[in-house]
Design a binder for this molecule. Structure first.
Ligand code: XIL
Length: 380
């Protein structure tokens, strides 16, 4: 064979392979495979939306959301401080728009979150004079809040993170104002109020650091207790705020199995992987942590070095391999944001850093790992 001919055949084949696996894998030169297509028989692939996305002000991110994801969750706009900033004053504008966005794009919509100690305004726990309210008053406020919000989106928001982060890393209950004023019952009551408001909605418990054995055991104990009380808990959300070396994939796997054995759905909610140094090894997602800015803790302000990008890709793939292995147990994997520049991890647990924790970069491009995940899903 003529050498020129051979070279041109080889270059054409190379270009073809490159085009197939470039930005997104193309089938038959036409159909483009995105994350949601590749994973459609495995689990929902979701993403958290901020208000710029909800209102279509950030059109580049919205394009990615529509192409790649089939489930959405509200990053902030359904939290108590946003949706009921003052008693009886509900602000539904952002949440309404968020739900409409999900419906227009035929997405599985999750409401986040009904009862959480954080981003919950002081009025919730205080009377007019600033004194702590009695148990009955707080229960009534919880009931009113949950009933108003869940009823408004009945049949449209398919699932709710009913209680968020009620358990500490050692497995004990967090001493939040809900616990202090109402007692452990507040968790049961929250689920019951939500169920009464929309009997069809799926109801979840959601928390971080779920791969810690003590925390996993504590959550399992709490869920079992709710189950013996005939409370409907449909799923457990394992927030995936990961670091490069914590937790291990094995530990995460053990918790997936433990939760699945409770006969509830398991979800990976809030997935992101920080590439930055962490001030404590077992960093979870305790939102109240706030370390003072240090320049040496912000090493990649001008870009992530190649070897770090590759390490991030390996870490993502290790976890997606795990999720696909347990696709019979996992109903959804949700990323906590679209592009790196919008991730909360740029500001938590230290304000003003430059992190690279998501699947899409600051120029709205899919990182190479996206195609690797697509390939992984195809190869299983
Ligand atoms: C974060 C949001 O991403 C930030 O924008 C906000 O300032 C603080 O909350 N656990 C949760 C999420 O359940 O609601 C938190 O989201 C991250 C930790």
């Amino acid at each position: 064979m003529n050498i020129k001919y051979l070279i041109s055949i080889l270059s054409i084949s190379f270009l073809f392979i490159l085009s197939v696996y470039s930005c997104n894998i193309e089938k038959n030169n036409k159909e483009v495979v995105y994350l949601k297509d590749a994973l459609k028989n495995d689990f929902y692939i979701g993403v958290a939306l901020n208000t710029n996305q909800i209102w279509n002000r950030d059109t580049s991110s919205v394009r990615i959301v529509k192409q790649q994801f089939n489930s959405i969750v509200a990053e902030n706009c359904m939290k108590t401080e946003e949706i009921q900033p003052k008693e009886g004053q509900f602000n539904f504008a952002n949440a309404d728009k968020f739900v409409k966005f999900g419906e227009q794009n035929k997405m599985f919509i999750i409401g986040h979150t009904l009862i959480w100690h954080s981003q919950c305004p002081d009025w919730f726990f205080e009377d007019k004079n600033g004194n702590e309210v009695f148990r009955e008053v707080l229960i009534e406020r919880m009931k009113n809040h949950i009933t108003t919000v869940v009823s408004r989106y009945k049949g449209r928001v398919k699932a709710w993170d009913v209680v968020n982060e009620a358990v500490l890393d050692d497995g004990s209950l967090r001493n939040s104002k809900f616990l202090k004023i109402i007692g452990e019952d507040y968790i049961r009551l929250a689920f019951e109020f939500a169920h009464a408001a929309d009997p069809e909605a799926e109801l979840y418990y959601n928390d971080y650091s779920m791969a810690l054995p003590e925390k996993c055991a504590g959550v399992a104990r709490m869920i079992k207790k709710l189950q013996t009380q005939q409370v409907k808990v449909d799923g457990i959300g394992m927030q995936g705020h990961l670091s490069m070396d914590f937790p291990t994939v094995d530990a995460f796997e053990k918790s997936i199995v433990t939760f699945y054995n409770l006969k509830t759905k398991v979800m990976i909610t809030e997935l992101d992987i920080t590439t930055l140094p962490t001030p404590s090894r077992q960093l979870g997602a305790e939102v109240s942590l706030n370390y003072e800015y240090q320049k040496e803790m912000n090493p990649y302000a001008n870009g992530l070095p190649e070897e770090k990008s590759e390490a991030l890709q390996r870490r993502y793939l290790d976890f997606f391999r795990l999720f696909l292995k347990h696709k019979d147990k996992i109903s959804r994997v949700t990323l906590w944001g679209v592009c790196d520049q919008d991730s909360w991890r740029n500001n938590w647990p230290m304000h003003g850093r430059t992190d690279y924790p998501l699947l899409f970069d600051r120029s709205y491009n899919a990182k190479p790992v996206v195609n690797e995940i697509i390939r992984l899903a195809g190869n299983k």
